[in-house]
Design a protein around this ligand. Structure first.
Ligand code: NDP
Ligand code: OXD
Length: 310
């Protein structure tokens, strides 16, 4: 039997994805027609992105699964017209990119690179950075991305604590979970990295109360999602010096409005949601593996729990 795969990602990315998905389907031996214009009633699988053309899933009467090109699924989980399985993107290329971005910004804080780059004034004032093993880093979220980043930082020698919803064990990482775990994870963290999904339970994870738990001058790196942070509380904490600096890649409103106080704040670095992108070459393999599984009657990988929202 042949299945019909509708590409409903960003229209301008179709020429990139079409040959990659086609080749991956052929390599996997999956009999499939792949198009960007199947009618809803003939579609078995949707390769989906929130900035693509499909918003209403009601007419997709024979749909077997929606396969997200994005890791974050907060834009689709509340969509009540979708009743079929939804799989999120876990892409080795995207993970690699996130590890590089997070490691880069962690090292930047650890080594005070901003200080040395901006203080080229002729003064000779040695300030030797501690070793990585003397630097306490906390990663909030130990999923595909958080765990990869935490492990990479631990391999560099950092003293890494991780926090997740459920109990976990990972080499070189002190794993905590639940509300008490969050408190413990924050009290000694000099650098905090947010890699949680945006769900009702994670909104404002960093707020006035939790920011106050951090040691004075702690640094924040947020490549997760904007709503994880209470913006007003962060700005107040930056102004008081409780938080030394924040590097923010994601925001409640994107693009971040030009008049948003983050842009002008001397202790904030804004990046435009570039921490890690889905890489078509590796993502196509991930998408096709789930189509193969669907056709073989095997369980899908990376299924979203619609109740939890991730
Ligand atoms: P996963 O779903 O694999 O991991 C999510 C992690 O968050 C899990 O460890 C989970 O715990 C934990 N978590 C979820 N809810 C809670 C909670 N209430 N309390 C404590 N921990 C919780 O996601 P990924 O690692 O793949 O991605 C994380 C996020 O990164 C995405 O949702 C997306 O928002 C963002 N992202 C950003 C990009 C960028 O360019 N800026 C690119 C790609 C993704 P448990 O393990 O117990 O389930
Ligand atoms: C994603 C993202 O969720 O790019 O994939 O943020």
């Amino acid at each position: 039997m042949t299945c019909n795969v509708l590409y409903a990602g960003r229209p301008d990315a179709w020429p990139t994805y079409q040959p990659l998905l086609r080749a991956a389907l052929d390599r996997a031996g999956v009999k499939a027609d792949l198009r960007n214009d199947f009618s809803a009633a003939e579609t078995d699988y949707i390769v989906y992105a929130p900035n693509g053309p499909v918003q209403d899933f009601t007419p997709f009467t024979r749909l077997k699964a929606v396969l997200s090109l994005w890791a974050g699924v907060e834009k689709i989980t509340p969509n009540t017209t979708l009743t079929q399985p939804l799989c999120r993107m876990v892409d080795p290329g995207l993970t690699e990119g996130m590890v590089e971005w997070v490691t880069g910004h962690t090292l930047r804080y650890h080594l005070s690179l901003d200080h040395w780059i901006t203080h080229q004034d002729g003064s000779w004032t040695p300030r030797v950075p501690p070793l990585a093993r003397e630097r306490r880093v906390t990663v909030l979220g130990l999923g595909a991305l958080g765990l990869a980043c935490a492990s990479s930082l631990a391999r560099l020698g950092f003293d890494v604590t991780g926090w997740s919803r459920s109990r976990k064990q990972a080499d070189g990482i002190a794993c905590l979970h639940g509300a008490d775990g969050l408190q413990q994870a924050l009290t000694s963290a000099e650098i905090v990295i947010l890699l949680l999904p945006d769900t009702p339970a994670t909104e404002n994870t960093l707020n006035a109360e939790t920011l106050a738990l951090l040691p004075k001058g702690a640094k924040i790196i947020n490549p997760g999602r904007g709503p994880l942070i209470d913006d007003a509380a962060l700005i107040a904490a930056l102004n008081s010096g409780q938080i030394g600096h924040a590097t923010l890649d994601v925001f409640r409103v994107e693009p971040l409005p030009a008049d948003h106080p983050y842009w002008a704040h001397p202790n904030v670095t804004v990046t435009p949601h570039i921490a890690a992108e889905t890489r078509p070459i590796t993502a196509s393999e991930a998408i096709v593996e789930n189509i193969r599984r669907g056709e073989a009657g095997e369980p899908f990988l990376h299924l979203v729990d619609r109740n939890l929202g991730y």
